[in-house]
Design a binder for this molecule. Structure first.
Ligand code: HEM
Length: 685
């Protein structure tokens, strides 16, 4: 009896499971669903979807299914039935129908992390109100005013990184972008704040599209904790500001406080805080990923770097004053830079999926998208489609020639499309362009380690990109600039004092007039670019001076000026080696001159060892320096006019050359011997 009951229960259970499985695999639809598999109950195809992809290409998940089912297919992700669109026409249709057939919708993980009132989950009037607020913040007028601030931040960070032995690129660009956005939104200055707001956002890219398992250790849990802490900080800051309103309202907090004061306002503190949180995240994580990848692309594409550098150097050349910051007109003229940014974000695919929900049953071509189902628009599938982009995996900014604007089109979805097109696009472009301007005109860099990418499906750099960066020159005008010689004091004149290096007295012959001395000095400066001056000819004092090695004029004891010159020469040579892929070794400083140039411009002649032939060769460097304040490597080069060849690559080449040489000589000797033998033979005959 009991046994029969067990069999019945088991049969019933199996039947229930089969029906459940059948229903899961064949969801109800008043029409024809696109092909595809709903995967296994509860999990659907989620595990495949999250499978890491280490390439820039479309994920296996998408590729396999497109091959099997075509560009539109159904699936189930994190418990939701989803229609995946890799078809640019359907994706375009979905964006255009926002609010009518489709509505912005994101998985529960998003709403939990970004807040239920975040801009992506709001619709209708409230959404329009918030969008207007954000656009006023990141619109053209506001960005124009921000240009100097953005440039200063970029320069400051670059200077900081160049003073470190190495730096991690992704984290460093994230801190640059975060600090800028936080300053703009809430006047947050990380240097003055005791709390680190940014650290709360670091786990986000992994946690956003992940299993919603809220247990310690999961990415989702880290995100929720980060949100909790960041929201607490933001709430406290808003409270403080409300208690002590500022005289000159200028940031987003001020704007929000004004709005909250208005009678009948629809804005609430919760909505404002959710918006602030979304903007901080949306801005810093996306732009920093784009910037990191942009630098990586530049490192791997010397011809692109060259073209980009030319565009930015031309901007400097055309300026009346080299040191004025970037103007809006200059920014707008960066045609190749915009092509470069477009190509970067196309390949970056920072937003791998854009979600919508069908508001009713939608008929598209032969298929029906049932009401309530999610639609996942897949930008990478469009960006990596060879029918839309020739050789899609190749980084080629020139493919954008003539279409530099980042406006959405059917084939370009990096910033979304339709009504929900990214409000931060221009902010991103300004930040990237301004940063690239400082980077390519003043620095050279190199990846030391790391640099792998992984997409799960969000883009990440699992072991970072450890890099080395060094200032290579000032603007063109600085590089070409040679300070003219001029007379400071003539003998007997007011404040005349004879510097210790001057050995000539008034009695020594030949006695040149100050004007003659000036002519000699001028000639020597021009002939040698200021590197070689015979100071023993002068009694007058000029702006050019020789540097002494055992003094402490420019550094504090125990360091000597000689130590400083070694440091500067070595730094210059490191930059030269980095730029030219050479391995010259610093040997010693030979001599140095200097003059004042709102710091001290050192003109150093030093020796290097050439690994090619082991010979010592002369080099020159021009470095502008003020201890602890300024360090600018203006240029470094082999001394011109020397009849030595500077190769700078490793010795194995020499070995090979010697071997080749010896072989050639042996062959020549053999030929000679043969010729001698032939001659002897002939004479005997
Ligand atoms: C490389 C940088 C960026 C990329 C690739 C990017 C990408 C996107 C995409 C694809 C969307 C559309 C989402 C959808 O349709 O559901 C979007 C929307 C949005 N983005 Fe960006 N974004 C970037 C930078 C920024 C920045 C700097 C900000 C902040 C100022 C920002 C704020 C927003 C906001 C608030 C939305 C929602 C707009 C709406 O729902 O109407 N984004 N972004």
């Amino acid at each position: 009896m009991l046994c029969a009951l067990c069999i019945w229960v088991s049969l019933l259970l199996i039947s229930i499971i089969i029906v459940w499985f059948y229903k899961w695999s064949n969801p109800k639809c008043r029409g024809k669903l696109p092909p595809g598999s709903m995967g296994i109950p509860l999990l659907g195809e989620t595990i495949h979807f999250f499978k890491p992809n280490t390439t820039s290409d479309i994920s296996h998940f998408i590729k396999e299914r497109v091959k099997k089912y075509g560009p539109i297919f159904k699936t189930n992700l994190v418990g939701r039935p989803v229609i995946v669109s890799t078809d640019s026409d359907l994706s375009y249709f979905v964006f255009q129908q926002e609010g009518r057939c489709f509505q912005s919708w994101y998985p529960d993980t998003f709403t939990e992390i970004f807040g239920k009132q975040n801009v992506g989950s709001l619709h209708g009037f409230m959404y329009k109100y918030l969008k207007h607020m954000v656009l006023s913040l990141f619109g053209h007028e506001s960005l124009k005013k921000m240009l100097p601030e953005i440039e200063q931040s970029a320069c400051k960070k670059l200077e900081l990184w160049s003073n470190q032995d190495s730096f991690e690129l992704k984290d460093s660009t994230a801190s640059l972008i975060f600090d800028l956005t936080a300053k703009k939104l809430i006047s947050h200055d990380p240097e003055k704040s005791s709390e680190n707001l940014r650290e709360n956002f670091v786990a986000f890219i992994r946690g956003l599209i992940s299993f919603p398992i809220d247990i310690p250790g999961t990415a989702y849990h880290k995100c929720l904790k980060g949100r909790e802490k960041a929201m607490k900080m933001l709430r406290n800051m808003l409270e403080e500001r409300r208690e002590k309103p500022r005289e000159n309202p200028s940031d987003f907090f001020d704007y929000v406080i004004e709005e909250l004061k208005k009678e009948g306002t629809i804005l609430t503190e919760e909505i404002a805080l959710d918006l602030m949180f979304v903007l901080l995240f949306a801005s810093f994580e996306t732009t920093s990923l784009a910037l990191t990848l942009a630098i990586k692309f530049l490192s791997g594409n010397p011809s692109v770097l060259k073209r980009l550098t030319e565009e930015h150097e031309a901007i400097l050349r055309n300026r009346e004053e080299a040191d004025t910051g970037i103007t809006w007109k200059e920014y707008k003229s960066m045609t190749y830079t915009f092509q470069f940014i477009n190509e970067t974000v196309r390949l970056a695919n920072i937003v791998p999926a854009i979600f919508r929900k069908a508001l009713r049953d939608i008929q598209y071509k032969d298929y029906t998208i049932p009401a309530g189902w999610a639609v996942m628009v897949c930008p990478p599938a469009v960006h990596m489609n060879p029918d839309k982009y020739q050789d899609p995996l190749v980084f080629n900014p020139s493919r954008w020639e003539g279409s530099e604007s980042t406006n959405a089109s059917k084939n370009f979805l990096a910033f979304g499309g339709g009504m929900r097109f990214c409000v931060g696009t221009d902010f991103t472009k300004v930040q990237m362009a301004v940063f690239l301007h400082s980077l390519v005109t003043k620095y050279r860099w190199e990846e030391i380690s790391g640099g792998n990418i992984i997409r799960t499906p969000g883009l990440q750099f699992p072991n970072g990109i450890n890099s080395l960066i060094q200032r290579h020159s000032l603007s063109k005008s600085w590089r070409e600039w040679l300070e003219p010689a001029f007379l400071l004091w003539r003998p007997g004149g007011d404040r005349y004092e004879r510097p210790p290096y001057m050995t000539r007295t008034e009695k020594d012959k030949p006695q040149y007039t100050p004007e003659q001395e000036y002519a000699i000095m001028d000639e020597q400066v021009n002939e040698s670019d200021g590197f070689d001056i015979n100071f023993s000819l002068f009694r007058c004092v000029f702006n050019y001076h020789p540097a002494t090695l055992d003094t402490h004029h420019f550094v504090d004891e125990p360091e000597t000026d000689g130590d400083l010159l070694i440091r500067l020469s070595q730094g210059s040579l490191d930059g030269y080696n980095l730029e030219n892929s050479t391995q010259f070794e610093f040997v010693k400083v030979v001599r140095a001159n200097y003059h004042w140039s709102s710091a001290i411009m050192f003109l150093i002649t030093f020796q290097v060892k050439d690994p090619y032939d082991g010979l010592i060769k002369p080099f020159q460097a021009r470095v502008r320096h003020a201890e602890g304040v300024l360090l600018e490597y203006v240029f470094c080069r082999p001394e011109p006019g020397q009849k030595v060849e500077c190769v700078g690559t490793v010795k194995t080449d020499v070995q090979k050359d010697l071997e080749k040489d010896a072989k050639r000589k042996r062959l020549e000797k053999d030929v000679e011997k043969d010729a001698e033998k032939d001659a002897k033979k002939q004479s005997l005959e």
